[in-house]
Structures are given as C-alpha cells and as structure tokens.
Design a protein around this ligand. Structure first.
Ligand code: TPP
Length: 296
C-alpha cells in the first residue's frame, strides 16, 4: 500500500514472498510491478482505496497463518547479553524495562536499530519511529524531536548509533532552544557496526572505512550545545545512568561506550532473499564443502 518494494523490505526481489498473492496499491502507476511481480495492481489514492477495500472485506479465518507466526516466535530465542562489557543489547534491554509500552522510541540505522526491534515490544501504533524503508542514518534524533512536538507530555527516547548521531547532531541546538524533552541514548561502539559486521562475515574481515575517530566525546559535544549529558563505559554504571537520564526534566544525551565487536543476528546476507535469514552468519568454508563433496 503506497510502498515501493525497496530492497530493504524485499531482500532479493526475484524471490520475495513466493507463496503470496500480491495486491499493490500505488498512486503512481510507474511503481506497479517495477520491483516485484504483482498479482493485482490498483492505481489510486491509498486513503480512498482503503475505504473501498474495507467496505468490501469479509472477515476471514487466519488461524492457520497465526500458528505459523507463533512458530516463528517460538524459534526466536536470543542469547543473553554479555555481562563483562557494556553492550548495545544490555543497554537496550535496560531501556526496554523502563519504557516498554510507555514511550515513543526513535532509532537511527544500524545494529542498534535491530536490537531495538528485537528486544523492545511495541503494542501501540506509532511508538516505534524507525527508518525501515530507506534506512537513513541520522533519522533518530529529528524523528524524536517531531514526536516530542507532536505528543507533548509523552516520554520520547532516541536510540542512536555513534555514526548515525554524527549525521544530524546539529539538531541538538534546536532541542536546546525549544527545550524538547528528548532523551538520546548514543550507543558508541566507535565504528559503523553494521557495516563492520558485513565486512567481517562476508568480506574476510577486511575492514575499510568503518572506524570512527577514537577521540569523539558525545557527552562533551552535547554540553557544547547546552544539553545536559553523561557518559558511561562500565556495565555497573548502566542502571543508575539510565535512571538519571530518563528522569531528567529536559533534554539529555547519555553516551554509552559499548563493545567494538558486538554483532546482531538474525541477518540476511548481502543480496540474499528473506528466506535466507540466518541465525549463525555464514558457515566456515570447511563446513560448507563437507556438505557438498562434489564441489570440493
Ligand atoms: C545516510 C546513510 N549512509 C549510509 C548508510 C549505510 N549504513 C547502514 S548502517 C551503517 C552503519 C551505522 O553505524 P552506527 O550509526 O554507528 O550504528 P551501529 O551499526 O554501530 O549500531 C551504514 C553506514 C545508511 N543507511 N544511511
């Protein structure tokens, strides 16, 4: 519905949802069938088309499909967060204990975005603001500002990656000027973590252009904009620092220095289809050739 079937949503487009019948509603006829095969094209204004579809819909039985979805949920068990180092996972789990069901959470793009989607349950509309289609780094802070303006009195948390935060941190000036009560948690792993993960797993660990300058001090930068802040680097500091940040009466930036090598699963390999989602990353070459003796 009004979506362009971008590669973020489809994975390898030729293998997208092979068992589905696809109805594509778009106001722009050029979008129909552009990226994926469509069974029923509808060209029109989504608002009007939706009204007409709702009028025509009969309640169906979704029991069998619901069982499939419940099965996926059962398979989703994640390893517990490490305790010997500060991690994105532990931080987001701790944020979740404080804000689930109460706050609007905006994210940037990267590993931290996946951890938010994985660990924070959202059951109210528009509580998760994330750039899922374009995947635009730098989205989190301005999205949180918009939420703070649109829903006054609502707790608003931006979960940001250090790389993403750098892209729009000038907005701290606007936040300070209007005293928007946005709490930004900057997960500083000192690299572009998601790109690093792909380079490690699929490009033989040849790391290129993923490290961030080691001297960036986001707490100091925030104070330079007139926004209160703190920085932590030890697991034992996490709970207290989050309590202070989230209860601060005004904007706050909490920089959390997390493990450089942390990765997130599941993932889809570069250029892969969604059915190739993996919980283990690529297997070692030796294991692969053991499965396929003819190719050895
Ligand atoms: C504007 C923009 N440039 C590049 C990318 C490609 N990209 C996706 S994730 C990522 C790294 C994000 O790093 P960071 O914000 O530090 O988050 P982390 O993965 O470390 O949690 C990059 C470069 C993008 N999505 N958006």
């Amino acid at each position: 519905m009004g979506a362009r079937f971008d590669d973020r949503a489809t994975g390898r487009a030729s293998e997208f949802a092979p068992g589905a019948r696809i109805i594509h509603v778009d106001i722009d006829p050029a979008e129909i069938g552009k990226n994926v095969r469509v069974d029923l094209p509808v060209v029109g204004d989504a608002r009007r088309v939706l009204r007409q579809i709702l009028d025509a819909l009969q309640p169906g039985s979704t029991g069998a499909w619901q069982e499939v979805v419940d099965g996926y949920r059962k398979d989703l068990t994640y390893p517990p967060a490490r305790e010997d180092a500060l991690t994105q996972q532990a931080t987001i789990e701790a944020v979740c204990r404080r804000v689930a069901g109460k706050a609007v959470v905006a994210t940037d793009v990267g590993l931290h975005q996946m951890f938010v989607a994985r660990h924070i349950p959202f059951d109210r509309p528009r509580d998760l603001l994330t750039s899922g289609g374009l995947g635009t780094m730098g989205f989190g802070l301005p999205a949180a500002m918009g939420a703070a303006l649109a829903r006054p009195g609502q707790e608003v948390v931006a979960v940001c990656g250090d790389g993403s935060f750098l892209m729009n941190l000038q907005e701290l000036a606007t936040i300070a000027e209007h005293r928007l009560p946005v709490k930004a948690i900057v997960l500083n792993n000192r690299n572009l973590g998601m790109v690093r993960q792909f380079q490690r797993l699929y490009f033989n660990g040849s790391f290129t252009a993923v490290d961030q300058p080691p001297h960036l001090d986001f707490a100091l930068i925030a104070r330079g904009f007139g926004v209160a802040s703190a920085s932590i680097s030890e697991p034992r500091e996490l709970e207290g620092a989050l309590d202070r940040a989230l209860s601060h009466p005004g904007p706050f930036v909490l920089e959390v220095e997390t493990d450089v090598a942390e990765e997130v699963l599941p993932m889809v390999p570069p250029g892969g289809s969604l059915s190739e989602m993996t919980y283990e990353g690529p297997r070692e070459e030796a294991e692969r050739s053991a499965d396929a003796p003819g190719l050895r």
